[in-house]
Write a protein that binds this ligand. Structure first.
Ligand code: MN
Length: 262
């Protein structure tokens, strides 16, 4: 098995190397990661400047490792398109320090890197621990290795994008593992104003919305002390659009054509 590992916390992040150390026991691992922290960069792809890649000394011995002056999505695109000539079986992104739950998946660099693997037909995992400080990384790394083994044993569908989040608890205190759905409306982003003595500045901060997370959502599941595994897909619609009369398109075309000859 060959696994591409990346992240959004940057190539020096402890979470990345804890993950690599565990995965290297069961697979050939190649690391292609951003040269600096890229958290909350979302799906950004660098189209307007060149991308530089550097082969660097790995933290875990004998793991082929590249540092990329780009986004997490760039890393996966370069890795799968240029750097790795052999077949890759799985893309794993993480271990992120901090949860990626609910609406956060839309801005998460961790999830977006996995998304690039998924879009190229590979099974992909994004894995995060719900703590920025002192996260229990070992549980997440072992779980990633177990999921990797499941994909290689064909015990999971091949076209999967799994967003895995662990509560920051020692293993003995983790209640279980649940398959969940994304919570929605979990945060709002607000601008806080300050002044540095010369000019006004703003910090964008995330505020938790004061509403209980729905049952079986990822947020709820983590709050209960469980590990959450959310299968994601890229169709953002979860219900049919409101009905639009068939005649609308016809009418629009008619109007357009009328305009043209006015
Ligand atoms: Mn991050």
């Amino acid at each position: 098995m060959r696994i591409l590992v990346t992240n959004d916390d940057g190539i020096l992040a402890e979470g990345l190397w804890t993950l690599v150390k565990e995965l290297a026991n069961i697979a050939q691992v190649i690391v292609v990661a951003p040269d600096r922290e890229q958290s909350a960069i979302g799906t950004a792809v660098t189209l307007h400047q060149p991308l530089r890649i550097q082969k660097v000394k790995p933290v875990v011995p004998a793991v082929e490792t590249y540092s990329v002056e780009g986004t997490p999505a760039d890393c996966v695109i370069l890795a799968l398109g240029k750097l790795i000539r052999s077949k890759v079986d799985l893309v794993v992104s993480g271990i992120n320090q901090g949860a990626n739950l609910g609406d956060d998946v839309l801005i998460s660099g961790t999830v977006s890197a996995a998304l690039q693997g998924y879009r190229r037909g590979l099974p992909a995992l994004a894995i995060s621990v719900a703590a920025v400080d002192s996260p229990h990384l070992g549980n997440a790394a072992r779980l990633a290795a177990l999921l990797a083994k499941k994909t290689s044993a064909k015990a999971l569908p091949t076209n999967i994008l799994l967003n895995v989040n662990l509560p920051n608890l020692p293993l003995a205190e983790i209640k279980g593992i649940k398959i969940t759905r994304l919570a929605s409306g979990t945060h709002t982003d607000v601008a806080e104003e300050g002044n540095d003595g010369k000019r006004k500045y703003y910090w964008l901060v995330r505020q938790k919305v004061n509403k209980a997370a729905g049952e079986n959502t990822d947020v709820w599941t983590i709050e209960q002390g469980n590990i959450s595994i959310t299968p994601l897909h890229t169709n953002l619609l979860n219900r049919p659009s409101p009905p639009i009369p068939d005649s609308l398109c016809y009418d629009l075309l008619q109007e357009l054509q009328k305009d043209e000859y006015r």
